[in-house]
Design a protein around this ligand. Structure first.
Ligand code: PLP
Length: 364
């Protein structure tokens, strides 16, 4: 079966280095928030051209901590999209704030800036811009609106580590950038993990307090916090993989180029890339009016595509009828019925890419 992503292949590609890094941690006897995390935070901040980074428990927690560190909570509203992992919305709700969802741009699947102003009220405190699939949202417009309304911008980079907006890394442009290291991500750990990146020292300090019981020193809580720490094993593995991230993203871009060229002139539409950005193809998402039939066809050929995501957040049982929605989410709802993610990961060999191409072309 050709799968969409197989994190085990990444381990095999760097097995010697990863095994060595893990052994070092095991031998050290220090397993949570230690030297490996400190070094990873330094390297991850440098990679982003940012001053600070903090390793945390997951991507959801990175968003939760970031929004909480901005001082957002009960009575506040945060604008984002329904076309995202449900985690974006659950992180907002974890702070006690209300999520307000707006529609996406049809070409890029990211938040439609022209829909934001109408969603802003006196309670709006932030916009969470999701760089979905590895594609950067329209940050110029988002920053313009945020500045005019005096609200903050959080970048959800769970799917976009290494993505460029102009010549800057996604996550380094807004008030704070939030990353997930779930094993299938472009930078994947061997369990859960996440990080925030920011230029704002105060914000970084607040995240550092919140992620560990509000401790400024051991056992003394300065503010109420909780536990969302990155562990040493994850940090050690991430430090190895960070060295290969740009090369891995480049491989994804090459696979995407092969798909783009092969599907030109067929009935499936391929991802458009926003000008002056680098898409890092966490997911390669095509659209087809006969999506379900195409999916069945590919499965019969030994290819396992996926749908990211089959049901927009506002229609899911946990949110239906109670989540804030601004305007009609027509583009979001339409996309959910036509999108299909094809196999995409750096170790995907050329034979498999060829097979995916042949099978899609046969159908389309
Ligand atoms: C866009 C987006 N935001 C947030 C998250 C949450 O990350 P995690 O699974 O590490 O909590 C994910 C991961 O699935 C994601 O894709």
């Amino acid at each position: 079966m050709i799968l969409c992503a197989t994190p085990g292949e990444q381990y095999k590609a760097h097995q010697t280095e990863i095994d060595r890094a893990i052994q070092k941690v095991l031998q050290s006897g220090w397993y949570v928030l230690g030297e490996e995390v400190k070094q990873f935070e330094k390297e991850f901040a440098e990679y982003h051209g940012a001053s600070f980074s903090a390793g945390v428990g997951s991507g959801t927690e990175a968003l939760h901590l970031a929004i909480a560190a901005l001082g957002i909570g009960p009575g506040d509203e945060v604008i984002t999209v329904a076309h995202t992992a449900v985690a974006t919305v659950s992180a907002i709700e974890l702070t006690g704030a209300k999520a307000v969802l707006v529609d996406i741009e049809p070409d890029f699947f990211t938040i439609d800036p022209s829909k934001i102003q109408a969603a802003i009220t006196s309670r709006t405190k932030a916009i969470v811009a999701v760089h979905v699939y590895g594609q950067a949202a329209n940050l110029d417009e988002i920053f313009r609106i945020a500045k005019k309304n005096n609200i903050r911008v959080v970048e959800d980079c769970a799917q976009s580590v290494g993505t460029l907006y102009g010549n800057k890394k996604a996550g380094s442009l807004g008030d704070i950038g939030c990353f997930s290291f779930y094993p299938t991500k472009n930078l994947g750990a061997i369990g859960d993990g996440g990080a925030v990146v920011t230029h704002d020292e105060k914000l970084a300090k607040k995240v550092n307090l919140l992620r560990q019981y509000g401790w400024e020193e051991r056992y003394i809580s300065k503010i109420p916090g909780w536990n969302s720490r990155l562990d040493e094993l994850q940090a050690a593995v991430l430090r190895v993989k960070l060295r290969y991230l740009d090369a891995d993203n480049q491989k994804r871009i090459e696979i995407a180029k092969a798909y783009d060229e092969a599907f030109l002139g067929t009935s499936v539409s391929t991802p458009r890339v926003r000008v002056n950005t680098r898409h890092t193809y966490h997911l390669y998402v095509i659209q087809s009016e006969r999506r379900d039939a195409l999916m069945d066809h590919l499965k019969k050929q030994g290819i396992q595509p996926m749908i990211h995501y089959p049901m927009p957040v506002h229609l899911q049982p946990a949110y239906l009828g109670r989540i804030g929605v601004s305007g009609q989410l027509e583009v979001t709802e339409k996309a959910a019925n036509s999108i299909l993610s094809l196999p995409m990961y750096p170790e995907l060999d050329f034979e498999s890419v060829k097979k995916v191409i042949q099978s899609v072309r046969e159908f389309a």
